[in-house]
Design a protein around this ligand. Structure first.
Ligand SMILES: N#Cc1c(-c2ccc3ccn(Cc4ccccn4)c3c2)n[nH]c1N
Length: 239
């Protein structure tokens, strides 16, 4: 997968060189190219923003630099068309399903807005996805791009080690993850649940599913409504 990121703060994307996403790049599974939007400005002040029509607080990002940047990036591989992703508070809520969908794409381009956002005509012309990572307001799209790219990168072939699998993820079965434990067996007087030390893999799986169900009911009832529940699941919830 190739991922291009357009931003006025390229340094914000440096964390993509670390850890899981960094390793995916070293392996060649993912290629991240970061671009400074100001490279596509033509005035001495390298202006990327202007006052909003209709008044109101803040500034809006001008269309010309964005259109020049996206046109040049798209033209860099004429045989393909990238999927253009724009993080925005007004976007579709980002989810694991959405990450799985994006992970199938060979080429993503992320448009990191700042100020009060990007001129709507750029979004109408170029955006394939407008994504929000949550119901709170950030100062720009860079952090959202880091979140989305990490969620997508871990789904790419070979990125997660043998010991982990995206199929075991929270949300992969529609529920929250069960509690996890490691050594010591007793810590601050609290013992690891005996079933996890039993060696009975079927019993461990039943315990984890029950814990995930109870946790999801308590914290995310909206997810329970969407999940596919078995009769055994319903018995746990009715208990
Ligand atoms: N994804 C996502 C986001 C964002 C986000 C993404 C991109 C931009 C570009 C500018 N701003 C600031 C801003 C403030 C006020 C109104 C509009 N925009 C962004 C915020 N905030 N919260 C999310 N879940």
């Amino acid at each position: 997968m190739r991922a291009d990121v357009v931003t006025i703060f390229p340094a914000y994307l440096e964390p993509l060189r670390l850890s899981l996403v960094g390793r995916a790049q070293e392996r060649g599974t993912l290629e991240v190219r970061t671009h400074d939007l100001r490279a596509w400005t033509s005035d001495v002040h390298r202006t990327v923003d202007d006052a909003p029509y209709g008044g109101g607080p803040g500034m809006v990002m001008r269309p010309e630099p964005w259109d020049a940047a996206l046109s040049e990036i798209a033209a860099s591989d004429p045989a393909r068309r990238p999927r253009v992703v724009v993080p925005t508070p007004a976007g579709r809520p980002f989810s694991q399903r959405h990450a799985e969908e994006l992970a199938q794409e060979p080429w993503l381009v992320f448009c990191c807005g700042r100020y009060e956002g990007i001129d709507a005509r750029v979004i109408e012309t170029w955006a394939d996805d407008e994504i929000s990572i949550g119901d709170y307001v950030l100062a720009g799209g860079e952090v959202a791009t880091l979140v989305i790219l990490e969620a997508v990168a871990r789904l790419l072939p070979g990125v997660l080690g043998n010991s982990a699998s995206a199929a075991d993820d929270s949300f992969s079965d529609g529920l929250l993850e069960a509690p996890a434990y490691t050594r010591p067996q007793v810590w601050r007087g609290v013992e690891v649940p005996a079933v996890l030390r039993s060696g009975d893999h079927a019993a461990v799986a039943r315990w984890r599913r029950a814990q995930a169900l109870r946790r999801t009911v308590a914290r995310r009832p909206d997810l329970v409504a969407q999940a596919e529940l078995s009769d055994a699941d319903r018995a746990v919830l009715d208990a």
